[in-house]
Design a protein around this ligand. Structure first.
Ligand code: TRP
Ligand code: SF4
Length: 365
């Protein structure tokens, strides 16, 4: 059986268990969770479903080793709510021990993969992505933030690493179609690998364990980077994987379908409207739903409760049971989701305004 994960596609992964056998991702097991002092709700609920060598990272953290927490985002659209858990996880991961932090604004990626001009990407970072990330808790005092296009060490390392990979190796991982793929896209994975590995150069304090929290679709980059690390004598980076959100229309949340996702800069009214049109696990009529119950497992409104809106497990369970028993109908949930989103978005908007000044300073030349 062959399935391929496409870091640039819009695929929905139906069965996460397959990724364990096919790619050697390790399940984020109960045993692993029991080693943590603080277990964030997204870990507890299995939203972080897998990892590579996170157990090894924990061991070296316990020894007191310095480690890096590192992640980033392509600048191809405004930040949506599906991206917020990765950002929130930075502070949790950094709190585990003696850490440093790096946050990547991937403007070379949005240029090489989507053709977005660098200046446009920088603007998007300055006005939306970075202010929202800071509003979600990214701390610019503790975390180094950079644009790929401005980091000579990353670019140089990408070139060095490219010498060590053949086209066939890349094709085996990414499945490039030779007729359809620009050489820029073929080269891009080396930049992503250099983002992750350059923090082990002498200029940044030398070799160190690194933890990369990312969406499951980024695993191809992680596999390549770990192979390269071995070849070049770096410490192999560890990763944790977040499930990909289905989004409000029942497909993976994508930046190019604005109705399918709540953007962090949406107004509460816009968010309410999207929730109102969202895909649910409800029945065609209220009468049927009261008799037969709904299906929270396929419901995007319930997904929003699980991922973003309700941290209290008991409250969540109550909604689930009431749904299944037909004691609530979708209108009730949508009303509640709208109210909770309003609070969340207003709070973010407030913090974002302060963050805009900081973002501007960081990204002006
Ligand atoms: N590829 C990531 C994305 O599409 C962004 C990214 C660039 C990144 N460099 C990285 C993520 C290094 C983690 C580590 O969003
Ligand atoms: Fe989803 Fe609520 Fe409808 Fe159940 S009642 S299907 S949880 S919106």
């Amino acid at each position: 059986m062959s399935i391929r994960i496409d870091p640039w596609g819009y695929s929905v992964i139906e069965d996460y268990n397959k990724l364990f056998d096919l790619f050697g991702i390790q399940p984020f097991s109960e045993d692993l969770i029991s080693q943590l002092d603080e277990v964030p709700y997204y870990v507890r609920r299995g939203i972080v479903f897998g990892h590579r060598d996170f157990d090894l990272l924990l061991k070296s953290i316990k020894r007191g080793d310095r480690y890096a927490v590192l992640t980033g985002f392509s600048l191809s659209g405004k930040l949506h709510i599906g991206q917020s858990l990765v950002i929130k996880s930075i502070n949790w991961l950094a709190s585990l021990g003696n850490s440093e932090c790096h946050f990547i604004l991937a403007d070379l990626e949005s240029y090489l993969i989507r053709g977005i001009p660098l200046e446009e990407a920088r603007k998007l970072a300055e006005e939306d992505v970075l202010p929202n990330a800071i509003a979600l808790g990214l701390d610019p005092e503790k975390c180094r933030i950079y644009l790929q296009s401005r980091e000579k060490n990353v670019q140089r390392l990408a070139i060095t690493l490219s010498k060590r990979v053949t086209f066939n190796e890349l094709r085996a991982i990414y499945g490039f179609d030779p007729d359809q793929t620009s050489t820029g896209k073929i080269f891009y994975p080396l930049i992503n690998a250099a983002d992750i590995l350059h923090v082990q150069l002498d200029e940044y304090g030398g070799k160190k364990p690194t933890i990369v929290p990312v969406g499951a679709d980024q695993d191809p980059h992680i596999r390549l980077t770990r192979d390269l690390a071995k070849r070049e004598g770096f410490v192999k980076p560890s990763s944790i994987y977040f499930k990909l959100r289905k989004g409000l229309l029942g497909e993976k949340m994508s930046k190019s379908k604005p109705e399918a996702a709540i953007f962090l800069s949406d107004t509460p009214e816009m968010a309410r409207k999207k929730i109102w049109n969202a895909f649910t696990g409800g029945r065609p009529t209220a009468k049927e739903q009261r008799e037969l119950g709904g299906n929270p497992d396929i419901c995007s409104v319930y997904e929003a409760f699980v991922y973003d809106l309700i941290e209290d497990d008991e409250k969540l369970l109550e909604i689930r049971e009431k749904c299944v028993r037909g004691e609530i109908i979708c209108g009730d949930c949508k009303e509640l989701a709208g109210d909770l989103l309003e609070k969340l978005l207003e709070d973010l908007a407030c913090k974002r305004e302060e963050a805009k000044e900081i973002a501007k300073q960081l990204l002006s030349e």
